[in-house]
Design a protein around this ligand. Structure first.
Ligand SMILES: [Zn+2]
Length: 1114
């Protein structure tokens, strides 16, 4: 047989882990030995009419219909008597009387997967577990104006038009293919029992990223590198507040309530008296039986909780770590009774997250069966690849797709996959095996060119295989032939990753290389702005000092001793300076190019060098740069010529690579790509607002295209003191798969930690270059739209000059034919890229999904976090071409249709006053509201144009975990958990009501990190954390906690470290005191509350959604 395969035949390598080790060595990423050319072409062979033949024993999972959905019901006024039955279920309260909420039921049934990945499951096999339990959340919605004739929506809420406009809204949003006609796929409803208060199990999320850093990344051994001459810039710049990523300026003192149309305030909080807090933590009148409590959808058993009062208490959780949240007891009753809807009675993100952790965090997620919904991104779990790609690589909005496009249109649930092809895995999970088929290359389908994967069907004794994507039959190349066993499975099934795993890599042959030449190792070029601002702020000195040591940590492949990456250096202001750092030189040589209109690279030899060979010269250069420009008076900069120069240098060296640009100002110097200041806040909320997100010239688009063709990825570090037009400067990084970092009003003193931390991570991270990604699907659906930071020159290939482990591509699918429940649907993502050592590879991810003819199955297998990721990206792209209000309205409209379709087709008949949400989507309203009131779609006055462009671009590449925490921040109380406990404190909902004056909280959203200190916090706590005797002496705006030797201080600092380790960007801490003016900044992130920019509170928005849904139904 071909290639290094010493693994003993028959070692099952899916199942018992030991089998994997054989692969480790045999496939372990060696540069492939060259095999004698095979005389057999991979793509020949007639294809007789096999297409019609139903593949025998196709490994298919059973169709997923059957498990009835459970629902969440929020009841309207008519069900007053039932109020309170589930009302006490909030996290904050004591033990609840409701049924345990289960997100899991959907997928649990699939888990008892067969030992081998999807082989020959009898079609009749229905591995369903017990039906999901469900509960309804019932609450008072009386007086919320959701019943009765539809009046105009409360005008102050900042959401969209009255429902009449809904239908049309969809058409007007960024082309018809964006909104309106989604392919559909969906998942099931589950039940929403609110409750479980008492049992919050703090499950720590282990830092996932930590392992990917060389030890030095943490900054350990490296001294803070700013010794030396004093930095003139240190005393400049704005207040530290302004450094947070997108809340970058101090909040205004007063703000108009909101930009929306004026009108009477929403009626919500008016006259109706709230319910008194009762002893047991529940609210409202006595509980009574609930009418209308039928099964969740017709024909299904009733999975809702049985009607009537005798609700059994929920199973008490026995987790020793579970710690009841004491919050509620501390809140004055009036705080809890402001709303007519009890906030504790509406779906709580915290509860859903906790429940998923408890239900699914302990078992590994085994990917053998088709269409399994993975645990939530907030749950820590291990993955065992048994034939489908790990959810770390691919997550879908639904794991069960409607069979027809009509069904899909009816449900309006977008069918999309969020793909992170080079995702980092935790150390417990093996990276994809590298398969080497020698010169013949990977085996592929003759027609659609899909790569060999576990779903290909071998026939004729193994001589041919039928493609699982297009049904074409292809001859098996002789060197790849293997006999089949009695089940039709190849006997080498377990020995070959491409037959038994969901994810793996192939070594690519020269056919897969540009110009049919194997690539050269990539190069990194550091391009440093040395204009007045950069020098004055201390940036140049800090950066040069850091690079001296950082260059020792360039990415390496496998166990390589030294990185194959070469480096080069350029400095610039209005002109460019290239440096010759050839190892034979005693001193670096500078060459100036002042003709920026026609950029060329003045030297080839000596520009890109190996770090260890040229170390002395490089060190000398980095020592000299800050001195050379110390007295510069030049304030103007160029920008595009810098990128051109870097790209030309890579072109001359015939290699891919990455440019690291450190830039401070709007490039106004005379040169190609020169920009003008066009920031204009008057455009907000006008039809022209979209121009603020668009680049001001098409020049950068063309430049990006050239960069992609060269495999030149651009990472941009911005240090602006004012508007720099991120929307335009970001075009090239965006289209080349690069990253942008922004440090407004950079000051070495307060920002160096954040900048250096980001820089270290960015330089060290593994990158694939010159990448092309293609997503193939089985017949019936196809990829129609793509979101992310990349370039597309045709409709199918996603081109990425560079791709790292943080970047995701979101792909939308649509029907082009009918799907079948039997065969399901398949996705294969193939990424062709050049590794950091210069090896050309193909990474393949396969995922199989179920297909359904019942809408309920769709709603039962959805994943709201992924849905939100997709919707946010869709909306954030929409603002490029439509007014933000149109975009917001379209989002609301689509979600209302999704929920109305569920209500109409899947939920049991019930009174119109009830809001019934599918279990899997019960958080859709709260999360959607967070997207709607995010800075891009509804900015407060403190948010700058650059901030919005920056965030817009960041979100476009985020994975599901990142968008989840970005839109709904994590808020943890710090002093209520015993300091000895290593567990993470249980989170609380992001609302001011949940804050206790006597506690200290940590809030993070992946970009920002706050420590909020309540005004009545105990003196001892203040002393332990801040080393000052009283609250009033705490320095507001502090960006680091003093290092104190006491358990509380250590614990809080550890927690902050663990938060940072989980995120791809360093989060700078901001200490905020209650009732201090900085608190405004913090409150911006309490996303369940009404926002200053006019965003609705969660409760108000839920009522609004209810109203929209009712209007759709009537
Ligand atoms: Zn095919």
């Amino acid at each position: 047989m071909n290639v290094n395969q010493p693994a003993p035949p028959g070692v099952p390598y899916g199942q018992p882990q030991p089998g994997y080790t054989g692969y480790q060595s045999s496939y372990g990423g060696q540069p492939g030995p060259i095999i004698p050319p095979s005389p057999y072409g991979a793509y020949n062979g007639p294809m007789p009419g096999y297409q019609q033949l139903p593949p025998p024993g196709v490994p298919r999972a059973p169709p997923s219909s059957g498990t009835p959905p459970a629902s969440t019901t929020v009841r309207g006024p008519s069900s007053q008597s039932a109020y309170g039955q589930f009302g006490q279920g909030d996290v904050q309260n004591g033990p609840s009387s409701t049924v345990q909420m289960q997100r899991a039921p959907v997928s649990q049934p699939f888990v008892p997967a067969p030992v081998a990945p999807l082989v020959n499951q009898p079609a009749a096999f229905q591995p369903y577990g017990p039906p999901p339990t469900s509960a309804q959340v019932t609450t008072q919605m009386a007086g919320m104006q959701i019943s009765g004739p539809a009046g105009p929506p409360p005008s102050g809420l900042g959401y969209g038009l009255p429902p009449t406009s809904m239908a049309s809204a969809s058409g007007s949003f960024q082309g018809s293919n964006l909104y309106g006609s989604y392919p559909q796929n969906l998942a099931p409803p589950t039940s929403l029992a609110q409750a479980h208060p008492g049992a919050q199990t703090p499950q720590c999320c282990a830092p996932m990223q930590a392992s990917s850093f060389p030890p030095s990344a943490a900054g350990g051994p490296r001294p803070p590198s700013i010794a030396g001459p004093s930095m003139p810039g240190q005393s400049f710049g704005g207040p530290p507040v302004s450094q947070s990523n997108h809340a970058s300026s101090p909040p205004p003192q007063t703000q108009p309530p909101m930009p929306g149309p004026p009108g009477p305030p929403p009626p919500m909080h008016s006259s109706q008296p709230g319910y008194q807090l009762q002893q047991n933590g529940s609210f409202g009148p006595a509980r009574g039986p609930q009418p209308n409590y039928g099964g969740a959808y017709s024909g299904a058993p009733n999975f809702a909780s049985p009607p009537g009062p005798p609700q059994p208490p929920p199973p008490k959780r026995l987790d020793p770590d579970s710690i009841p949240s004491p919050q509620l007891n501390e809140l004055p009753p009036q705080q809890k009774t402001r709303h007519r809807i009890d906030p504790d009675a509406i779906p709580s993100p915290i509860q859903v997250i906790e429940d998923d952790r408890n239900n699914r965090g302990s078992e590994p997620f085994v990917t053998g069966a088709r269409g399994q919904v993975p645990p939530l991104v907030t749950t820590n779990f291990l993955v065992k690849d048994q034939g489908n790609a790990s959810p770390r690589y691919i997550r879908c909005t639904s794991y069960n797709i409607p069979c027809t496009s009509d069904m899909a249109k009816q449900a309006q649930v977008p069918l999309a996959a969020v793909i992170k092809p080079l995702a980092k895995l935790p150390p417990e999970e093996a990276p994809p095996y590298v398969v080497d088929h020698g010169e013949s290359g990977p085996v592929r389908c003759n027609r659609c060119k899909a790569y060999m994967c576990p779903f290909m069907q071998f026939i004729e004794g193994g001589r041919r295989f039928q493609c699982c994507f297009c049904s074409c039959v292809t001859e098996v190349p002789p060197q790849y032939f293997q006999h089949l066993d009695h089940t039709g499975k190849r006997v080498d099934f377990y020995d070959r990753p491409e037959l038994s795993l969901g994810s793996y890599e192939f070594l690519a042959t020269v056919d897969y290389c540009k110009n049919n030449k194997f690539p050269r190792p990539p190069a990194f070029i550091f391009m440093i702005d040395v204009s007045y601002n950069a020098v004055r702020s201390g940036l140049v000195r800090l950066l040069c000092e850091e690079l001296k040591s950082l260059l020792d940590f360039l990415p390496r492949e496998g166990g390589a001793e030294e990185s194959a990456i070469r480096v080069g250096f350029v400095t610039y202001n209005k002109v460019l300076h290239f440096y010759n750092v050839k190892s034979s030189l005693a001193q670096p040589q500078m060459m100036v190019v002042s003709d920026v209109a026609d950029m060329f690279v003045p030297l080839l030899d000596g520009f890109l060098v190996n770090v260890s060979e040229s170390r002395t010269v490089i060190t000398s250069l980095l020592d000299q740069i800050p001195e050379m420009f110390a007295d510069t008076r030049e304030t103007e900069t160029v920008f595009a010529p810098v990128i051109q120069a870097g790209m030309e240098a890579l072109k001359a060296a015939e290699c891919p690579g990455k440019l690291f640009l450190f830039h401070t100002s709007l490039p106004i110097a005379e040169a190609p790509g020169k920009l003008k200041n066009r920031d204009d806040r008057k455009l907000l909320n006008t039809d022209k607002e979209k121009t603020l997100f668009q680049p001001q010239t098409g020049f950068y688009q063309s430049l990006a295209k050239e960069c992609v063709a060269q495999g030149c990825c651009v990472d941009l570090f911005l240090f602006p003191n004012q508007y720099v037009d991120v929307a335009t400067l970001g075009v090239v990084p965006y289209h080349t798969g690069g990253s942008i970092y922004k440090y407004a009003c950079f000051q070495v003193e307060s920002d160096q930690e954040r900048f250096l931390s980001d820089l270290r991570r960015d330089v060290q991270k593994d990158v694939g270059f010159d990448a092309v990604m293609r997503v193939r699907t089985s017949t019936g659906i196809r990829a129609t739209d793509f979101f992310g930071a990349f370039y597309m020159s045709n409709t199918t290939d996603v081109e990425l000059a560079g791709l790292d482990g943080d970047k995701t591509v979101t792909v939308e699918f649509k029907h082009d034919d009918r799907l079948s429940e039997d065969s399901g649907a398949l996705i294969q993502c193939a990424l062709l890229y050049t590794s950091c050592a210069g090896q050309r590879r193909l990474r393949i991810h396969n995922l199989s999904l179920n297909c359904c003819t019942q809408l309920a199955d769709l709603y039962r297998n959805c994943e709201t976090d992924t849905l939100i990721n997709y919707l946010a990206k869709l909306a954030y792209r929409g603002v490029l071409s439509s007014p933000v209000k149109t975009v917001r309205d379209a989002l609301i409209s689509q979600c209302a249709q999704i929920l109305a379709c569920y209500r109409k087709n899947c939920a049991s008949p019930s009174s119109a006053g009830q809001l019934i949400l599918p279990e899997c989507m019960k958080l859709l309203p709260v999360y959607l509201n967070c997207v709607l009131k995010s800075d891009v779609l509804q900015p407060g006055v403190e948010v700058t144009t650059d901030d919005r462009a920056y965030v817009r671009q960041l979100v476009t590449s985020m994975d599901v975990a990142e968008t989840n925490v970005f839109f709904y921040p994590r808020l943890l109380p710090l002093t209520k958990v015993p300091v000895e406990s290593s567990a993470e404190p249980p989170a609380v909902r992001a609302s001011e009501e949940r804050l206790s004056k006597g506690d200290v909280y940590l809030l993070e959203n992946g970009l920002n990190l706050f420590l909020w200190v309540g005004a009545s916090v105990q003196q001892g706590v203040v002393q332990s954390l801040f080393s000052v005797p009283s609250f009033s002496q705490i320095n507001s705006g502090l960006s680091a906690l003093p290092v104190l030797e006491n358990p509380l201080s250590k614990r809080v600092r550890d927690l902050i470290d663990s938060f940072r380790a989980q995120r791809s960007r360093y989060m700078k801490l901001i200490v905020v005191k209650q009732e201090d003016k900085l608190e405004m900044l913090f409150k911006h992130f309490l996303v369940e509350d009404k926002s200053l920019s006019g965003g609705a509170s969660y409760v108000d928005f839920l009522c609004h959604m209810h109203k929209e849904i009712r209007q759709l139904l009537s």
